[in-house]
Design a protein around this ligand. Structure first.
Ligand SMILES: NC(=O)c1ccc[n+]([C@@H]2O[C@H](COP(=O)([O-])OP(=O)(O)OC[C@H]3O[C@@H](n4cnc5c(N)ncnc54)[C@H](OP(=O)(O)O)[C@@H]3O)[C@@H](O)[C@H]2O)c1
Length: 314
């Protein structure tokens, strides 16, 4: 298949280029930076430089690329996680998930794309029910005010993509990424690695929020399976070991040779990090991936973050 990856230079995008090329697909990959084009070419993709927020440029790029499949992996979530920067990154990501999605969808429709796959995430599943939720679960309808724009952007993306009738629209709700190129990796400047080593990443409010995690190469292999065999709708992509932060964060710290994380009450962190961040750490729910395994015949290489943190960070 001829596959266009919007966001091919990112953590998941670059893994996806490699796996699709290995699987015999033709890949066109986007970046905003001419400097990253050579890296994409070296991975086996045809690079194109485009700003995803410019609708005419996106329409032109898609018309020239003539893909059968478009994969939307655009976010602005990597980078320096200072308080100010986090807000800027969240706002940019929200635009990519709303305007960026709409521009790609209209361009896709104009060239008759067969399948459209887009990145969503599982951190904002509704805060009621058991610790784990399947694809019938909905996104939290009443998030804290500071998280509302991010949640609205996820809702927009999911509704827009699953609502198309002129192609197969597939949404992948990924667990939290770890592994090379992400914020949790062996690289000393990876955000969470660095903060844990400095003991600046605490367990907040008891750390009872349950997160599903996924190694970045497993996130990419599930995406390839969705491109090749997915049906319209939502698929969950994560490992088999959803866990509370109070369990997996200290384990990760140990793996990195760091001291155990400090424990701080939610009320102390809320004014600094925001109610949304505290909510994610105390109330998030994990996801089940039974449907993805059954329908796509997919299995993660790292079924648990325990082996993933030990063997898969570099
Ligand atoms: N995905 C999540 O839900 C999430 C949540 C929290 C943290 N994180 C962290 O964020 C990273 C996630 O990896 P990722 O692959 O989702 O993201 P990423 O590594 O930041 O990649 C984002 C991709 O989007 C592209 N992009 C951004 N703005 C663009 C624009 N205006 N026009 C065109 N392209 C644009 C980037 O291209 P160029 O920069 O090359 O132009 C890049 O290819 C990891 O470090 C992860 O640990 C992720």
């Amino acid at each position: 298949m001829r596959v266009l990856i919007a966001g091919a230079s990112g953590a998941i995008g670059s893994q996806l280029v490699t796996q699709l090329v290995e699987g015999g697909h033709e890949v066109v990959g986007t970046t905003r930076s001419p400097g990253k084009s050579e890296r994409l070419r070296a991975l086996g993709a045809e690079p194109v430089v485009v700003d995803a927020l410019d609708p005419d440029a996106v329409a032109d790029m898609v018309a020239k690329a003539e893909p059968e499949v478009i994969v939307h992996q655009l976010t602005a979530l990597s980078g320096e996680m200072s308080m100010r920067n986090v807000k800027r990154m969240a706002a940019a990501t929200n635009r990519l998930r709303t305007e960026g999605t709409d521009h790609l969808l209209s361009a896709a429709r104009a060239v008759g794309v067969r399948t459209f796959v887009a990145q969503s995430n599982a951190l904002w599943m509704e805060r009621t029910g058991g610790p784990v939720v399947d694809e019938s679960g909905r996104i939290e309808p009443n998030p804290p005010a500071d998280a509302a724009p991010a949640v609205a952007a996820l809702l927009h993306l999911e509704a827009a993509v699953t609502g198309i009738t002129w192609a197969d629209g597939i949404v992948l709700r990924y667990g939290a990424f770890y592994g090379p190129g992400t914020g949790v990796s062996a690289a000393p400047d990876a955000f969470m690695t660095r903060e844990l080593r400095k003991r600046k990443f605490p367990i907040v409010g008891g750390g009872g929020g349950v997160w599903s995690l996924v190694h970045i190469a497993d996130a990419a292999s599930a995406t390839v399976a969705a491109i090749e065999r997915g049906r319209p709708g939502i698929y969950h992509v994560a490992d088999d070991d959803p866990a509370a932060l109070r369990d997996w964060v200290p384990y990760l710290a140990r793996t990195l040779g760091a001291k155990p994380p400090r424990r701080v009450p939610g009320w102390l962190v809320r004014p600094l990090a925001g109610a949304g961040a505290v909510d994610m750490m105390t109330r998030a729910r994990g996801i089940s991936t039974e449907k993805t395994k059954r329908e796509l015949g997919w299995e993660p290489r790292y079924p648990s973050w325990r082996t993933g943190f030990t063997d898969g960070l570099s």
